[in-house]
Design a binder for this molecule. Structure first.
Ligand SMILES: C[S@@+](CC[C@H](N)C(=O)[O-])C[C@H]1O[C@@H](n2cnc3c(N)ncnc32)[C@H](O)[C@@H]1O
Length: 224
């Protein structure tokens, strides 16, 4: 059998704004991998590289049955979560994006939506929604899932504090919430009211690990 050379493409990440061959003339170091906005599986994610192993061990510890990501953007991190759900088949994964035309569908800007959508077609554990995370239908869908499953809510959309403050009320003891851009875009004072009212605390030792790895992820667990 011969492969068809004609189907090889040069679309992915081809836009001039996407840096190319970054480490051709300089070494790739741990410090550089700690930077946010990494390439992963040929796509782009608004995370540092250590977010991936951090999530791997976070999942290993908590064994969530449902996870929702607010803010899919290019969909590369979403594709990691989707693959986790598809491989393990012990967790349902939802991702929400209000503006899929900007990045998700744009392969030249490293979008991974085309591949995520194929995964969603073949696995009942993988779902995506092009909807506002604050719409009534989203809140109904997500809160119903939280009520049934041990859940993780990942706040990484356009207003992470509002996402935390809106969805904290739906969580059960043992459910977790992660906010991204911790101490960069939002601080404890932006969510402290909901943290206290709904009985959350920083989820250690994962919070400290995340800080050491420079991920800007801050995990909380509902303890009462
Ligand atoms: C920081 S990016 C997400 C990064 C992605 N999770 C990653 O790690 O690669 C935030 C995304 O949230 C989307 N967004 C903003 N407000 C939203 C809303 N109300 N509902 C759904 N998505 C929203 C934006 O369009 C943007 O693509």
């Amino acid at each position: 059998m011969k492969y068809d050379k004609n189907i090889l493409q040069n679309i992915q990440a081809s836009d001039d704004r996407i840096p190319k061959r970054i480490y051709k003339d300089e070494p790739l170091t741990i410090e550089k991998l700690k930077g946010i906005n990494q390439k992963y599986i040929g796509g782009g994610m608004s995370q540092n590289y250590f977010a991936i192993p951090w999530f791997e061990y976070y999942f290993d510890n908590h064994k969530f049955q449902y996870m929702v990501e607010f803010g899919s953007q290019k969909g590369c991190l979403s594709t990691y979560f989707a693959n986790y759900a598809g491989v393990c088949e012990d967790m349902f994964f939802d991702t929400y994006e209000i503006n899929p035309d900007k990045d998700w569908k744009n392969r030249t800007l490293e979008g991974c939506g085309h591949w995520f959508e194929k995964l969603a077609d073949i696995s009942p554990y993988i779902n995506y929604f092009h909807d506002n995370v604050f719409s009534e239908s989203t809140m109904r869908h997500v809160s119903e899932n939280i009520s049934q499953f041990k859940s993780l809510i990942f706040c990484d959309g356009g207003d992470k504090a509002r996402e935390f403050n809106t969805y904290a009320q739906f969580c059960k003891v043992g459910d977790c919430m992660i906010v991204h851009d911790w101490n960069v875009e939002l601080k404890i004072e932006n969510i402290s009211h909901a943290v206290q009212q709904y009985g959350f605390e920083k989820d250690e030792p994962f919070a400290s690990s995340s800080d050491n790895l420079g991920t800007w992820l801050m995990p909380f667990i509902k303890t009462k």
